[in-house]
Design a protein around this ligand. Structure first.
Ligand code: SF4
Length: 281
């Protein structure tokens, strides 16, 4: 794989940023939200949040955490919102008609999933993987890029499981190849901790390099000062995980939402495509 391809993967991964100015407040309207410590009220899918203003900005944007809407500071659509608003629906907002709105709100969660898959595949392409895997990742990336450009009816008819399955297999292969490089020689611990329940566990300062933590539960776990290089975090639950001083600079498949939900500080090392959350001290 050439450096040029690695650069393309890195470039695409970095470009996946939400642009709320170009979106019709879809995350504040389309999604079903149940009241919890993250969101102060119940909000059914397709109903605008009462804090959403006519210009699609949030009335309490600067006080979300203090007013019980912490979840809104965690959410990241990776750009799916502006794609649906400006490309799929050609800049026509959901106030046009009920039918138009219903369709837009059903397309948004599908687009979100497609964008998440693009982010993972682009990240995989930013690594040094073997040629066969590289070709398969490129084919999937092209397919996803064509898919997000489809019209609303075609998007609604997609079989998301059929799209996700081959991508998941490629991401697993990528993880295997990259994590093998992250540990020199044979590791003296079990690197397969897929789905582990480490909620509240104290792992302060531990060497967890190259561990597979796919789908693991790390809620409120203490990973302060842990070495998390080459750790696969895909689908891991990092709510309130203590990442202060931890090194995640080469962790795999982290998302902005996972990091936004965790606790960290200036000493936490993050991958280049992840922004340091504003609420971290
Ligand atoms: S509180 Fe603000 S950011 Fe959160 S859903 Fe409502 S309008 Fe959107």
């Amino acid at each position: 794989m050439s450096n040029q391809t690695k650069t393309i993967g890195t470039k695409i991964r970095h470009s996946l940023q939400a642009d709320c100015q170009s979106c019709f407040g879809l995350c504040c309207t389309a999604l079903n939200i149940v009241a919890s410590s993250d969101f102060a009220i119940n909000k059914p899918a397709g109903t605008p949040c009462p804090n959403l203003q006519d210009n699609y900005s949030c009335h309490i944007h600067s006080q979300l955490r203090e007013t019980g809407f912490k979840g809104c500071t965690v959410f990241d659509c990776l750009g799916a919102g502006q794609q649906v608003s400006q490309v799929t629906f050609h800049g026509q907002d959901w106030r046009q008609s009920r039918e138009h709105a219903d369709k837009m709100f059903r397309v948004f969660p599908i687009m979100e999933q497609l964008y998440e898959m693009i982010a993972y595949v682009a990240e995989a392409l930013s690594y040094q993987v073997d040629n066969m895997l590289y070709e398969q990742l490129i084919a999937q990336l092209k397919h996803l890029q064509q898919t997000i450009a489809q019209d609303a009816d075609s998007l609604l008819a997609l079989d998301m499981v059929a799209i996700r399955m081959p991508i998941n297999a490629l991401l697993l292969q990528t993880s295997e190849q990259i994590r093998q490089h992250s540990v020199k020689g044979k590791a003296s611990r079990n690197l397969n901790q897929r789905g582990a329940n480490w909620m509240g566990k104290n792992l302060k300062g531990k060497d967890l390099r190259a561990t597979d933590l796919r789908g693991s539960y790390l809620i409120a776990a203490n990973l302060q000062d842990a070495n998390l290089q080459g750790v696969d975090f895909i689908g891991a639950d990092l709510r309130d995980t203590n990442l202060r001083g931890a090194d995640l600079s080469t962790s795999l498949f982290l998302t902005q939402m996972q990091i936004n939900a965790a606790q960290g500080d200036r000493s936490t090392k993050l991958p280049s495509y992840i922004k340091r959350p504003a609420h971290w001290q």
